[in-house]
Write a protein that binds this ligand. Structure first.
Ligand code: MF3
Ligand code: CO
Length: 247
């Protein structure tokens, strides 16, 4: 069963989402050569405290960080640690928060200094693939129309879509039904209805789609160690179309 949210619940999630967008912007300004991923994690702790919100990730299934920081070949779930950001890196920040019993989730990939043309294009294509997916989030469309929109846009740009991780419903829990793959067959899957809220999160690789998880049990990297980008919004399906809650 895919939960349907009432208007007042979506309003609450939007309030949380606006705060999350602000936290994302503040932390993104720290993404510079020389900072470590755990410095970013620490900054997230004080920033979340200031906004009186809780990390949705800390201790989730034992996750040790407060946010996920994934650099270059790291795809998702990068555990913050001693890795130093270098000029030319791309850095994905994935942040989830809880406010008044509701969760919102968001990710963006940022350049540290000047990055090469391939990474620049990878970020651009990943970000646009999320926009393409969101456009499909209208009542009456089917779930895998959203999935296919990502796949079509990414593959026509000669990049690949990660298959082992998916987007998800979100609301009273960080992960609710349904799972939202970033590939699929159009005009199939559950029918989208007003009141559904989904976290759409394309993870896009420059090389092959295959990923492996490092020994820390969390950090997922590309098998070929080529770079990866990740963008995510929490989006409500409304009567008149999609509404991005994390902005
Ligand atoms: N955005 C990711 C997700 O929704 C981040 C989860 S990290 C975890 O799955 F620590 F919470 F697992
Ligand atoms: Co998510």
């Amino acid at each position: 069963m895919i939960p349907i949210k009432e208007e007042h619940e979506i309003a609450k999630m939007h309030k949380a989402g606006r705060i999350l967008a602000e936290i994302m912007e503040l932390l993104s300004s720290l993404v510079k050569p020389g900072i470590t991923t755990q410095d970013l994690d620490q900054a997230s702790v004080s920033t979340m405290a200031r906004f009186k919100v809780k990390s949705a990730f800390k201790n989730y299934q034992g996750y040790p960080g407060n946010i996920c920081v994934s650099v270059n070949e790291e795809v998702v779930h990068g555990v913050p640690g001693s890795r130093k950001i270098e000029t030319g890196d791309i850095v994905s920040l994935d942040i989830g928060i809880e406010l008044e019993g509701y969760f919102v989730d968001m990710a963006k990939t940022f350049p540290a200094g000047k990055v090469d043309a391939q990474k620049e294009r990878l970020m651009e294509v990943a970000s646009r693939s999320l926009d393409e997916a969101i456009k499909k989030m209208k009542p009456g469309n089917k779930l895998f129309d959203v999935s296919y929109a990502v796949q079509k846009y990414v593959e026509s740009n000669k990049f690949s879509v990660v298959r082992n991780f998916v987007g998800h419903g979100i609301g009273r829990e960080l992960h609710e039904e349904p799972q939202v793959p970033n590939y699929g067959i159009p005009n199939t899957g559950p029918v989208l209805q007003a009141g559904m809220v989904l976290a759409i999160e394309p993870m896009i690789n420059a090389g092959s789609w295959e990923v492996v998880v490092l020994k820390d049990g969390w950090t997922a990297v590309t098998k070929d160690r080529k770079p990866s980008a990740h963008f995510e919004h929490t989006v409500a399906v409304l009567k008149n179309g999609p509404k991005i809650l994390t902005q």
